[in-house]
Design a protein around this ligand. Structure first.
Ligand SMILES: [Zn+2]
Length: 158
């Protein structure tokens, strides 16, 4: 498996590679391959081949923005499903923590801040291509964002 991923990395260098949408498409095509064993359908076999070609084309594409847009659309679609499961769960964070002050009686070492406090002036976004975290200023309208992880440039309204 290690050799395979190294080979994949070399092959996909400078290419778009795998994203959430490709993982999903790959999973569907694998299900189709398994289904092909039981169901001898020409249409199913054709669908499997088409899916694999699609995954292959997206993986080796150099048109990053177009692939990222497709992935973003896919993620937006799945997010809508996920969100409908627990609607109305908005966090009511006040932004003020329970500081370890002199009057709390806490004398030990301060615990390391594992979770950064949400800055009300900033918003955390996910890069549509590599899903890396991006911190952007909030409420300034449309901004050009360059992902620090994969250098993808995209425009987002914040
Ligand atoms: Zn990125």
């Amino acid at each position: 498996m290690g050799k395979f991923s190294m080979w994949l990395q070399r092959i996909t260098y400078g290419r778009y590679g795998t994203d959430n949408l490709n993982k999903f498409l790959l999973t569907v095509s694998l299900i189709c391959i398994v289904a092909n064993v039981f169901i001898h359908s020409y249409a199913l076999r054709l669908l499997t081949v088409l899916l694999l070609i699609l995954v292959y084309c997206r993986m080796f594409s150099r048109n990053f923005p177009a692939r990222a847009r497709e992935n973003e659309r896919y993620l937006a679609m799945t997010n809508r499903f996920k969100r409908s499961n627990h609607s109305g769960s908005y966090s009511s964070g006040t932004g003020y923590g329970y500081g370890y002050g002199a009057n709390t009686g806490y004398s030990g070492p301060r615990p390391k801040a594992t979770k950064q406090k949400a800055d009300p002036n900033y918003k955390i976004l996910r890069c549509p291509a590599c899903s890396g975290k991006l911190r952007v200023p909030k409420g300034v309208g449309k901004i050009n964002i360059t992902c620090p992880h994969c250098n993808l440039k995209f425009v987002k309204k914040v």
